[in-house]
Design a binder for this molecule. Structure first.
Ligand code: AMP
Ligand code: MG
Length: 281
């Protein structure tokens, strides 16, 4: 549980994002240097997700939050590439639709939580309702300030229902964000990703920092931890997220379910004469 403990926000602690280095890359000099480790954790993740799918006793919810261009899409690509698509689902949360806005803020998220054996990844999440909503006063403070408790109760319910919740804040610097926006401008294949809204959020950088710090401090619990992932290096971000998920899934000590049939009996019945049968064909 080395990375799990290293990047976890300890329950009850306060977070100071400006003191966390977004360029951190541990002992690795470069992506190339880290590649064997990245591949090893992807392989581990693949085996553990297969086990979860087979066991069907519990599920996993991964929440990804971060500023624009923090790498939520890239992280999803990396983590999902290791998984059997039949056992995974990705849900993105945008400005609420009229139907969503006509319900409580958790309604649209609760519907997307994973059933037993499955992994769900949230690209943004119920935390938007204490992030963008708080920064832009989209509802009065009396409403959003109660949401931290609502969120903790919701995640406790999920945990008690065997849905394990892991939440990742992808931590980039303002300079890195701007350089990623510029890369999008310079690449016609990524022009579709650019919105003026992204630039319009930049003057609110410090307000977002405060809102993220509040969410990370108030809602990192024993049953649903937050992790702050240094994310200026995309490859380190991918390594850290997949390693934390793998370490956590491993600690669950999942087991394959026992066979529903007598394997020896089946072997005798259908496979004993295999050699001679193949010969006859
Ligand atoms: P993107 O993820 O780049 O497609 O953008 C989705 C946008 O929807 C972001 O600007 C989010 O801040 C915004 N958004 C997501 N959830 C909410 C919410 N509950 N209320 C208002 N805006 C939201
Ligand atoms: Mg965006």
């Amino acid at each position: 549980m080395h990375y799990f403990n290293k990047f976890r926000v300890k329950p009850g602690s306060s977070v100071d994002l400006n003191s966390i280095d977004p360029n951190f890359k541990d002992k690795h000099e470069s992506h190339e240097h880290a590649l064997p480790e990245i591949q090893a954790y992807s392989q581990k993740l693949s085996e553990l997700q297969y086990l979860m799918y087979a066991e069907k006793k519990r599920s996993l919810l991964i929440c990804l939050q971060g500023r624009d261009a923090a790498g939520k899409d890239g992280t999803i690509n990396h983590v999902l590439a290791a998984m059997n698509p039949q056992g995974c689902k990705v849900s993105g949360f945008k400005v609420p639709t009229p139907e969503e806005a006509a319900h409580d803020f958790l309604w649209r998220c609760h519907k997307e939580t994973p059933q037993k054996g499955q992994v769900s990844i949230f690209n943004r999440s119920h935390y938007e309702d204490v992030l963008v909503v708080r920064v832009h006063n989209l509802v009065p403070k009396e409403i959003w300030k109660k949401r931290y408790d609502h969120i903790n109760a919701f995640e406790a319910l999920l945990h008690d229902s065997d849905t394990h919740v892991l939440k990742f804040y992808l931590h980039i610097s303002p300079e890195e964000e701007l350089s990623r926006f510029k890369e999008r401008i310079d690449d016609p294949a990524r022009h579709w990703k650019i919105s003026e809204g992204d630039y319009a959020e930049r003057p609110f950088w410090d307000e977002y920092t405060k809102a993220f710090e509040a969410a990370l401090s108030k809602c990192s619990t024993e049953h649903a931890p937050w992790f702050v992932i240094p994310a200026n290096h995309k490859w380190f971000r991918n390594l850290a997220v997949s390693r934390i998920v793998a370490e956590y899934l491993e600690s669950l000590d999942m087991q394959f379910p026992p066979p529903t049939v007598d394997i020896d009996d089946i072997r005798k019945k259908y496979h004993a004469a295999e050699k001679s049968q193949v010969g006859k064909e």
